[in-house]
Design a protein. Structure first.
Length: 363
């Protein structure tokens, strides 16, 4: 699996736990904004400092202040993934046992969780911190992979791989710049804290999302004529940025609508909604083009990332894009059923007004 010594393997296994502890300390120590969450969440007061924690973590890693070489996470990847899963199990036991049992089967309670919110030290929200960990650890994986690749190939390195890694850093930084928007999403409002959410934040999101780098960081630059670099790299960046505009725009429009229902989005898009007198569904702008344009944008971002690597026939380069496409097609169906149960006739009206699920005019 790797050329690590026994001591290095043990250290690699414990790396996610060490990073978790460092990030938790930074999250507690660094000053934070205190903001209200969505009205239905109780308690609904949150402290947000994800961007500051993220920047500090990058500086610590870049300067090797954590006593690990810059490329350590690439070298330790498989053992660290195992350690992340083990940490997820431990956190699941601790968080699920904090809440009383309910009427669902015991297996469902452990997988999906019992409580929608877990707080410790009074003001540290478990969900929001795990998102800080997941995003930051993902970016560190991307930086580490790029450092390993540069160490192997130097000036002959694949510029597309550096672009791919930069896209991940952008992806995470963007999340933290709009961290408050997360408080108005389904994950924070409704999802319970169980193994599914925890292993997603601790292992799947930070370790497996950038898995293309695990399979391509040790490969030489693809055999692409340098004259095609502007089209290859520029085209990849354009696809990624288009996806980012769609995803960020859709999520931000929904956030503005939930906080300020009458305010035009970006002063340009007038909010149009349907209502049953108590609840409202936004059906203009991105949400009038398709029912889940935010998912479409993320799929385009993943496509841009895959193209940037330049290894067009390498399966590793396409794993994340294929996974995300399948995941969102399935999730959109699940979300549709959940919304149909929640909004009933109002959702049927919305489906009548907005016919397409993901791609306007196509699907």
């Amino acid at each position: 699996m790797s050329g690590l010594t026994t001591w290095q393997a043990v250290t690699a296994f414990l790396t996610p736990t060490a990073v978790f502890a460092i990030l938790l300390a930074l999250h507690i120590v660094i000053p934070a904004r205190r903001v209200d969450g969505y009205a239905r969440v109780t308690p609904n007061r949150y402290r947000l400092n994800g961007l500051a924690v993220f920047v500090c973590a990058l500086v610590i890693w870049w300067l090797e202040l954590a006593f690990a070489p810059l490329d350590w996470l690439w070298l330790a990847k498989w053992h660290a993934l195992a350690g992340a899963v083990a940490l997820s199990v431990v956190l699941t036991v601790w968080m699920v046992r904090r809440a009383p049992a309910d009427d669902r089967s015991l297996l469902v309670q452990w997988i999906e969780g019992r409580s929608r919110n877990v707080h410790f030290r009074g003001d540290v929200d478990a969900k929001m911190f795990m998102y800080i960990f997941g995003g930051t650890y993902l970016a560190l994986n991307a930086v580490s992979s790029a450092a390993y690749h540069y160490g192997e190939y130097g000036q002959a390195a694949n510029v597309g791989l550096f672009l791919h890694s930069a896209m991940w850093v952008w992806f995470v930084a963007d999340y933290f710049c709009f961290e408050r928007v997360q408080l108005f999403t389904f994950d924070i409002i409704e999802e319970r804290v169980g193994f599914k959410l925890i292993v997603g934040c601790i292992a799947v999101y930070p370790c497996l999302y950038p898995i293309a780098l695990w399979g391509t960081a040790d490969l030489a630059r693809p055999d692409i004529d340098p004259s095609w670099d502007p089209l290859w790299l520029g085209g990849s960046a354009a696809v990624f940025l288009l996806g980012w505009v769609i995803t960020r725009g859709a999520n931000l429009q929904k956030y503005v609508f939930k906080r300020f229902p009458e305010r035009p989005f970006l002063r340009l898009v007038r909010p149009v909604s349907i209502t049953d007198g108590e609840r409202k569904i936004l059906c203009s702008g991105f949400w009038g083009a398709a029912r889940h344009m935010n998912y479409t944008g993320e799929i385009l971002e993943a496509l841009g990332m895959s193209l940037a690597l330049g290894h067009f026939t390498n399966a590793w380069a396409w794993v994340y894009f294929v996974y995300l496409t399948i995941f969102f097609v399935i999730r959109e169906r699940i979300d549709d059923g959940r919304c149909a149960g929640k909004y009933e006739e109002l959702w049927a009206q919305y489906r009548g007004k907005v016919r397409y699920r993901l791609v306007p005019g196509i699907y």
